[in-house]
Design a protein around this ligand. Sequence first.
Ligand SMILES: Cc1ncc(COP(=O)(O)O)c(C=O)c1O
Length: 403
Amino acid sequence: MSQTLSATKHFYPDANLARELIANYGSPLYVYDAKHLSDNIDRVARSIPYQGTRFAFASVTNGNLALLRKFKAAAWGLHANTPGDAFLGLNAGFLPSDIIYSGSNLTADEMAQMLRWGVATYNLDSISQLELLALVKESVDAPIPRIGFRLNLPDVTGESRIGICPDDLVKADIRARELGLAVTGIHFYRGTSTNATERFVDCLDTVLAVGQRLSQWQYLDFGGGFGFSYYDRKHSFEWEDFGRELTTALHRHKLNLDLIIEPGRSIIAGSAALLCTVVSTKSQGEKKFVGVDTSTANIAVLSVHGGTRQVRCYGHLDEPLHLTDVCGNTTYSRDYLSRSCQLPNLNPGDLLSILDAGAYGYAMSSHFLHRPRLPEVLLENGNHRLIRRRESYDSLVANQADL
Ligand SMILES: Cc1ncc(COP(=O)(O)O)c(C=O)c1O
């Protein structure tokens, strides 16, 4: 196998490897680089000097078992947004005690299931979910869960539907004790894909002051939402600065807490590319349109970061560049993989890597537009292997009842 080109931020395969992968597994596919991911895991894990820090990978971004196991091997926990996240985590070998749930609006059945699985930590987002947890707990033989609340601080984050305000946190604390439980944690999520490190730092004193209103504060879960620079021209989230400031703030407040950090996108986005093939080309005036054999159903470009992303082509060295839209293989009006990028004149059969597909790539892919979902391939120690099979058209009818 040929060498991979593994830039610090954005992994993509070189031309020979790209051709080899397509020849082996077909087009299109997601390709991950294990070394790129493990370097990221190491770098982030070293960035927070605070003793008692535990990292938990937010698997909402990527639920592939082979990749989840990379985090397990690095002694990370798992952050579950849903019972499905927890289920995947358990299947990947995480202990229930390694799984931290922070989500919203669980049904009684879902809560009972999570308790039976032994999921240990629940960051709730309403007092009503606390009432439900207490009720459900009565009928499930499970250890007493560790309970925290997601903080809602509109002055810091802007309006959010998730979490409770500081006064309700105090009410939740009292109510939990009445129910024979204890609220020992707070969870705070500063924002989605925020590259401005100071936004995470400037709110620390506020968050730490609110936490101290709890009668038995034991842990701080400072979320995810850490930025990833899809474009190198923008400034990036600085893990070392953040880790230093967070540690200093915890010491300044003389707090001895368990600290949980649950990165998602920031740790895995850059470790994968969506490799695809050009199937048609055309021009409208100065603008070129390149049609590829994948669609926005496989990479939710608009909803993840606003419309466009970096694309690499192979060959065509030193050829002039043209304003180009890379379009998906449907007539859905928003089916763009990237807009207004600069690419040479491409031809059907050329390969493209759409960068930074590791987070919210496969995880957000769907049967919208009715194409089977793609395979995932992992590069590791000079080899490649399939870590998820390509679906067939059968997947489109698999659960239909009227066949
Ligand atoms: C509570 C929580 N933690 C972590 C994450 C991961 O976010 P990100 O990928 O922006 O780091 C999410 C995403 O939904 C979340 O809701």
